[in-house]
Structure formats: C-alpha cells, structure tokens
Design a protein around this ligand. Structure first.
Ligand code: FES
Length: 175
C-alpha cells in the first residue's frame, strides 16, 4: 500500500472514530465503513483501527475473521453469497454454484479480475423454504435456478448502482 493510501486510510479511520466515538463499541461500525469504502479490511487498517480505539489488534483481527461481511481480502463490487445450508443444498445449490462459477470464471472465495464479482458461501439466510437462496450484497434472491443465475448477473451488470453497496468508492480506494 502506498504511503498516500495509508495516510488516506488513516485519516478516514480517524474521522469514523470521531463519528462513532473512541470506544470499543465503535469497532464494528468503523470496520463496516472501512469495508464499504475499501472493499476489504487490510492488516494495516486493522492496526490503525486498533490504535485509534485503544484495543489490541488481535481483538480486531478476531472480529474481522468472525464476521462474514468483513473481509481481509479485496472484495468485488457485487459480493454473491450462496447459501450452502441443508435446505438450499437439497434444493439444488450445487447446480447454482456450478453455474455461477462457469459464468464468472472464478471459484468460491475468488474475485473476478475486473473487480466486479466475488463468490462466497453463506450459511442459512432465513429463506429456507424458497431455496436455493443467495444474496447479492444485501439483496436477496430466492428459488434460484441455473437459468436465473444468468438473469441475476445481467441485472448486476446493468443496474450497477442499485445493488452495489460500494458505489464507486472502491475505485477511488484502488487508485
Ligand atoms: S438453508 Fe438456505 S436459506 Fe436457510
């Protein structure tokens, strides 16, 4: 990470800590802000957050690794989380998974080279009677079939704004 990027991240964290308060309870909102703007919570970001909040970096690391919505690695603009829990599994999540992997040319846990899509597994998202279910960022899709995968990806590509939680902030973060 370049020095200017580090400085920008440090300044951002400082602002967010001011907004949420320099206390332990601010940790998750601050991490969410980092994730939204930078599409990841890097080691440097964890260290900075820990310094600003006066907590041990190991504690920050364990929060980041515990919550699926925070990621140490860079994530795409659209994070697709396919439920792999039993009802969705029985409803055909494997076919949906294969289709997603084929269409995007990546496997689960990876991000496309253009930085648009990340594939991840999720545990039950509460749509068990309408499986297979998946999330695109915070938008739920149910009864997903292989055919529907194509439509969902098209929708993402076309409606680049509405479903994208990161807007174009993550492009800024990558510059
Ligand atoms: S098992 Fe997939 S949503 Fe509950």
């Amino acid at each position: 990470m370049l020095v200017t990027e580090q400085q920008r991240l440090k300044d951002d964290i400082g602002r967010w800590v001011q907004r949420y308060g320099a206390q332990r309870s601010a940790l998750i909102p601050v991490l969410q802000e980092i994730q939204a703007k930078y599409s990841q919570v890097s080691e440097y970001a964890m260290q900075e957050a820990a310094d600003h909040l006066g907590i041990h970096p190991v504690e920050v690391y364990s929060v980041v690794t515990f919550y699926a919505f925070l990621a140490e690695a860079y994530q795409g603009k659209f994070v697709i989380r396919l439920c792999r829990t039993i009802s969705c599994d029985m409803a055909g999540k494997t076919r949906v998974a294969r289709q997603l992997e084929n269409d995007l040319g990546i496997t689960f846990g990876q991000t496309t080279k253009d930085g648009k899509f990340t594939l991840e597994w999720a545990n039950c998202i509460g749509m068990c009677d309408q499986g297979p279910a998946l999330l695109v960022n915070d938008h739920v899709f149910t009864s997903v079939t292989s055919e529907k995968v194509h439509d969902i990806l098209e929708l993402c590509r076309k409606s680049f704004g509405p479903l994208a939680v990161h807007d174009n902030r993550h492009e800024e973060a990558r510059q």
